[in-house]
Design a binder for this molecule. Sequence first.
Ligand SMILES: [Zn+2]
Length: 419
Amino acid sequence: MKLSIKLMVLMMVVFSNPISGSSDYLELGRSILSDMVEIESTADMGLSTEVSKLSKDILLKNGFDDADLKVVGPTDTSKGLYAIYKGESSKKPAIVMAHIDVVPAVKDSWDTDPFELVEIDGFLHGRGSSDNKGGAAALITTFIRLKEEGFVPKNDIIMLLTGDEETGMESIIYFRDNFESVRRSPFAFNSDGGYITGTMKNPRAFRLQSAEKVYMTVTMTTSNRGGHSSIPRPDNAIYDLADAIKKVENYKFPISLNETTRATLEFTLNDAQGNDRDEIIAILEGETESDFDIVNNNSEVNAMLRTTCVATKLSAGHAENALPVSATATVNCRVLPHENPEDVFSALQQLVGQNVTVSSVSNFQKSPVSPITPEIETIVGEAIHKVFPNLPLVPTMSTGATDALHLGVLVYLFMGPVR
Ligand SMILES: [Zn+2]
């Protein structure tokens, strides 16, 4: 992977918008974001395509060619935007990406109208302002700025705005399957993750997301010949399923580190004291079986260090006066990216026994760790330090999943909210 020095410049500019860019571009980015937030692009409303059209219109008005801007996607309502910033060569394009759909907002639970961008105490409020329309607005603003400044990158830069990241992720799959240029790209920067810890005034670290856990859902089903509830028997599909679910509840997959989570843990050692410190050192040295307080008492640490599976849905029985003929639980697993989902599947089947049928709900997509090479560290580090001098760069794994999952190239997530 060879990254041009000019892309570094792009990154710096991305970083300086909207955090501390020149005020004109800050205003531009903000007005784009405001227009995007006003479009209720949830899956139910089906308005992602409208956000993509808006994005295309903005780029058209700012000197981009119609031929380089495509509003396309798997369905009429979830179209995304494919936009090319032309470079000297189109051989190894770099991808920058964001998603423009949002999860629904319950208006009554908001202090402000979720579909209107407002500033309160220096923070922008509005559905999707950080996840992830803020990223999309910053990327569009950056494209415009670079064009106005006459920047010509060594390779094309492709912006992908996807229309259904929060639901089916079909939009990114569409881009991958229908654009050879996307498949040719050696890497992508995704604005839908990574974050700064601390506050903007007192930032502690920049978490560069370079790994995601793998999403895998299975069902567990028990069956029974049934009968009338007036004559109960010890064998019962619901009780059998309950036993299986209790086994899932009590089972712990082994603690296992990859290069990203190892780097995260090493960073946390800087502040850790007492028992926490001893336990982190033991984990870093390879201890996997002990009952660590730091893992047991912190669900986020637990999710970072091991594969997890949890029951999320239940369905059983067909009448209140009949013995159930079947019972099904949905179990959602988040598999560590360096582990094999097939092995997790087998472990679950072994755990609950042959009388419980374990089935895959859908094909899982493996998502290997993207290594933080010295080159990536230099590029991202220099970009960050332009805005936040000396801020440590810490690799991070998300326990969730983003569009990056389906891209099939190295993906680095770099521009999420302050946490
Ligand atoms: Zn997101």
